[in-house]
Design a protein around this ligand. Structure first.
Ligand SMILES: NC(=O)c1ccc[n+]([C@@H]2O[C@H](COP(=O)([O-])OP(=O)(O)OC[C@H]3O[C@@H](n4cnc5c(N)ncnc54)[C@H](OP(=O)(O)O)[C@@H]3O)[C@@H](O)[C@H]2O)c1
Length: 263
């Protein structure tokens, strides 16, 4: 039997086992996907080997640590510096980032996008900024504090803090901060957000299963909105296919994963 796992701290809330097990069952694969809490980030790869895994996903706060420990990193993950998918290839472990591609899949239903404003400068913002760049969509990063902007400046993005920012029209506004997750907060000053929304067409919040103040306000300004649910779904679909050397039809995986997602 093939074994897969999600690694993180905490992982009890993760729906990845539900998503992946429903695809394994639906495809008749003799496999099981479990959760494994990892507190010491240095033990990611040793745990992968000790459990004799075929593949794993990595969630907060270990994506950078996983990047550092893989035998090889492929694709956009090399630019991002973080991996969320580990795949056994012979005796080696290969790292990928499907958050980035998952986000891009999720915004495909939006119309043409020339430029985007990313609120926040954490790991998720890195993945989104790099995939937008790959698809020639100009991204500006706006963060509360300056220290996390260094990564983006080095990659050539326009970077601003709340103090240095003067808005121009953006097609898409993306909230990658955790503002609105636990408390009813906007990711930046309400007045500023209103002026940005006035000129925008699309709003995306990476937070899922919750109507955030960010998306509520975007709807008031008649923007086309999406939360992070589809991003989560597509990162899972893409990860599943990486576990199996991409020989399944992504549409079939999606059709098996989506009902489990809606439970
Ligand atoms: N939908 C999906 O598939 C998916 C995938 C991955 C992550 N996520 C979600 O993405 C979110 C961010 O994760 P992450 O790993 O990128 O986090 P992170 O690395 O900790 O970065 C958090 C960012 O949010 C900013 N921030 C935090 N609280 C804020 C507030 N109250 N006001 C303004 N800015 C604030 C931080 O600014 P400072 O630098 O100033 O501290 C930082 O830039 C989480 O909610 C996570 O669940 C969703």
């Amino acid at each position: 039997m093939l074994l897969f796992s999600i690694f993180g701290d905490p992982v009890a809330h993760s729906i990845s086992p539900r998503l992946h097990n429903s695809v394994l069952a639906g495809l008749g694969i003799d496999g099981c996907y479990v959760r494994q809490a990892i507190t010491d980030p240095l033990k990611l790869l040793s745990t992968f080997h000790a459990m004799d895994l075929t593949g794993a996903n990595v969630t907060v706060p270990h994506k950078e640590a996983a990047f550092a420990q893989c035998d090889e990193v492929r694709g956009v993950a090399k630019e991002i510096g973080a991996v969320n998918t580990l795949v056994k290839e012979g005796t080696r472990v290969i790292g990928y980032n499907t958050d980035a591609e998952g986000f891009y899949e999720a915004i495909k239903s939006f119309g043409a996008i020339k430029n985007a404003l990313i609120l926040g400068a954490g790991g998720t913002a890195k993945a989104i900024a790099m995939i937008l760049k790959t698809h020639q969509i100009e991204a500006t990063i706006l963060n509360r504090s300056a220290s996390r902007l260094t990564f983006f400046e080095a990659k050539g993005f326009t970077c601003k803090t709340w103090e240095t920012f003067s808005p121009i029209p953006y097609d898409l506004i993306i909230n990658t901060t955790s503002a609105g997750l636990k408390e009813e907060a906007y990711p930046c000053e309400e007045k500023l957000l209103k002026s940005i929304f006035q000129e925008a067409t699309y709003a995306f919040d990476v937070i899922y299963n919750k109507q955030t103040p960010f998306l509520e306000l975007a709807k008031e300004y008649h923007l086309t909105c999406k939360d992070g649910k589809e991003m989560l779904l597509y990162q899972g679909v893409l990860a599943f296919n990486l576990f199996f050397a991409k020989h399944y039809d992504a549409k079939i995986i999606e059709s098996l994963m989506r009902p489990a997602f809606e439970l």
